[in-house]
Ligand binder design. Structure first.
Ligand code: RP5
Length: 155
C-alpha cells in the first residue's frame, strides 16, 4: 500500500504539506516528488507509466496555473489520480481548478477543492481502505472524532 504525492513546482510544497501530514496521521506510506508536465514531460511519462510496477496505488498531484500535471499523469496510468488545484498568483486558483476538473471523457481525475490537499489524502485513504480493514477502522475513528468535536463546540 503506497501513495505518490507529486507537484508541479517547489512553490506548491506549502499547500501539499497537509497531504503529507494526513497520510502520516493514518500511517500510510508515501513517496513525494516535484515533476512538471510542462518542464519535464519525459520524466513525468516515465514516472507515471512505471507507478504500478513500483507499487503505487494512488497518485495525488498538485499543480497551479495551467495545471496539466494531474491530467497528464492520469493519461499514463490506470491507478486513481487525485488532483489538487493550487491557488497561484492569479484568479484565486480558478485557473487550476478548471484545468484539472475539466478532463476529457475517458481519462478521469478526481478533483478536490482549491488548496485542499488534506482532502486529497483523505480520499486516497478511503480508496486504500477498500483493501484494508485496519485503515477503514482508522477512518471511522477519524470521522467519529470530527463529529465529537462539533458536538462539543459551543458558540
Ligand atoms: C505549475 O506552475 C506549478 O504547479 C506551480 O503551481 C505553478 C508555478 O510554478 P513556479 O513558476 O512557481 O515554479 O506548473
Amino acid at each position: 500500500m503506497k501513495v505518490s504525492i507529486i507537484m508541479g513546482s517547489t512553490s506548491d510544497l506549502e499547500v501539499m504539506k497537509a497531504a503529507f501530514e494526513t497520510l502520516e496521521q493514518f500511517g500510510i506510506p508515501y513517496e513525494k516528488k516535484v515533476i512538471s508536465a510542462h518542464r519535464a514531460p519525459a520524466l513525468l511519462a516515465e514516472y507515471a507509466s512505471s507507478a504500478i510496477e513500483r507499487g503505487i496505488d494512488v497518485i495525488i498531484a498538485g499543480a497551479g496555473g495551467a495545471a496539466h500535471l494531474p491530467g497528464v499523469t492520469a493519461a499514463f496510468t490506470t491507478i486513481p489520480v487525485i488532483g489538487v488545484p493550487i491557488n497561484g498568483k492569479a484568479f484565486g486558483g480558478m485557473d487550476a481548478l478548471l484545468s484539472i476538473v475539466q478532463m476529457p471523457s475517458g481519462i478521469p481525475v478526481a478533483t478536490v477543492g482549491v488548496n485542499n490537499s488534506k482532502n486529497a489524502a483523505l480520499l486516497a485513504a478511503s480508496i486504500l481502505s477498500l483493501g484494508s480493514a485496519d485503515l477503514a477502522g482508522k477512518l471511522r475513528e477519524f470521522r467519529k472524532q470530527q463529529e465529537e468535536k462539533i458536538k462539543n463546540t459551543e458558540i
